[in-house]
Design a protein. Sequence first.
Length: 340
Amino acid sequence: MSIPASFEGWLSLPVIAAPLFIISNPDLTIAQCMAGVVGSFPALNARPPALLDEWLARIRETLAAHDAAYPEHPAAPFAVNQIVHRTNARLEQDLALCVKHRVPVVITSLGAREDVAQAVHSYGGIVVHDVINDRFAHKAIEKGADDLIAVAAGAGAHAGMLSPFAFVQQLRTWWDGPLALSGAIATGDNILAAQGMGADFAYIGSAFIATDEANADVDYKQMIVESGAEDIVYTNLFTGVHGNYLRPSVIRSGLDPDNLPTSDPSAMNFAERRDGSNVKPWCDIWGSGQGIGAVKVVVPAAALIARLRAEYAAAATRFAGLSQHLKAWRSGSNATAPAV
């Protein structure tokens, strides 16, 4: 397993909180970092663009004050997500602010560029790139990414189609650097399982929608709590890129989730309701991953992370016991195979 030097000794859990469009904000990011996981937000969430400068200053100052007050429990690093796509007219401006504030981690999506990686590396930051297949992973590393996020089937919003088992297995045939796994991870057991498959970190998004700090509609949070894996719809209709969305939000927008047409992948298009009006992605249609069956109540982010930490510790204890059982069985001290 490989862990970036900037993460060592700073995390209470091997978790990177995914940047959630519209939903992630400084309050949520700060809460995540203070609780010991890498907090993050998309640069595009700061509107107008000048607000990003204020957000970054506030996050850095707040986390520095926390570290000074609690040196034995320093905050985890924070990350900013940059959409590296030709449609993002803010990229250069937002990247310059990341350099100004020396953002520890920059998560890049929808494209990889050498100049972006060089800018982040210029002050000692690291670039983490999310990918949905092996080909994109190779491109990301070639363009200067330091870490990879394998976005597997079941992840929220823009998700891949590969099984996490197959995806991690394939990446690990050539990549031995830091690797995070995304896709239906919402419990401490899931985090340990991701590491068991060969990932270094779990990448968790949807569970954080149902937190007090999240900038999500109250109905959105409640829909997360009330829904399960069977309530997720995979479609490219709303943005041109395939993603996972909450079935009840699709129905509420006047669309049939079982009969959605295919969108033009070359451009972000608005879907139309039966009455001809537009359906706006993220505002009318709400993204979510398949792991939300484990989310039963809206809580502060720190409480969610505390639950994950307790579950992770319990799962590690069970795994240690199972390992001892397997070792004894293999040595011949047990006559029967272990019950798993």
